[in-house]
Design a protein around this ligand. Sequence first.
Ligand SMILES: [Zn+2]
Length: 313
Amino acid sequence: MARLYLLLVLIKQKPTVSKPAHRSARARPSKTRQHKAKGSLLDSPLFSIIILVGASITTASAIWMFAYYQSRPDPAPIVALTEDADTPKKQLIPQILTPAIMSTPSEPIVDDYAIPPAEDGLAPVLSTIPTTQPVVFLGIDDGAFRDPSVVALMREQHIHASLFLADSFLGGDYAFFKQLTELGSVVEPHTLRHDTNMAVKSYEYQKAEICGMADIVEQQYGRRPTLFRPPGGGYSTTMRRAAHDCGMKAIITWIAKANGGSMQYQYGDHLQPGDIVLMHFRPEFSDDMHAFLDAVNAAGLRIELLESIPGAM
Ligand SMILES: [Zn+2]
């Protein structure tokens, strides 16, 4: 309508120019007609007719243009073609899928190492992962301290860890750790009774401790566990065999600890790529976690799941 009004104003100002202008933008009015437009013609009935005809043509043009633009094909296909050419669509898809990928423990994050298969029926023992990638692994043990602040901190800091739980610490409160598995953590067995002298006991005893807890973990959390951490960290050939026979891909110990609100290292004074860190569900959980996070940030590492390593599942 603004276009129509503008044309009407132009007609009023330059009546003889308006008509050819609508027929062809290139048409130029002759000097003769311009001279004739001035003078008595301005107030004559002929002028009114010209105005009416001009207005009619303008209105018809406006209606035709409106109809034309309405009936044009939707411009979306042109945009889609442009997107295909520049691949913004392909960039959007991984952005949408990223959270799902990150929460999937089977997604590999180390491409220069895989947990070796068992030799002679003995599960391998790992205290660190020999990788050059800037990753660190956290295992949180036992399960005695089950405070809502633990869940809040894990959620707030986006931490996922391997939770090595021993049944004797849990008091049947399996539901507490479901809150952590929902945040991306994975539950693994740490035996039924947390016997720190089990490594020197019989194969049957050790197998019952490891398999028994693995069964509970599978029953409660819906996933057959694959990594075992021995109580106290001691292991033996008998334990390696029992762990393998319970379906464990590896025995996981540690090379550094977050303990009593500070970090303790077996070698050096800082975290290295591939280090496995030990922590516990204890009342000082928050202090330990902050000490761990400070060490992770100082070393420029990122926290990944042991279960993401090729061969761990
Ligand atoms: Zn323990």
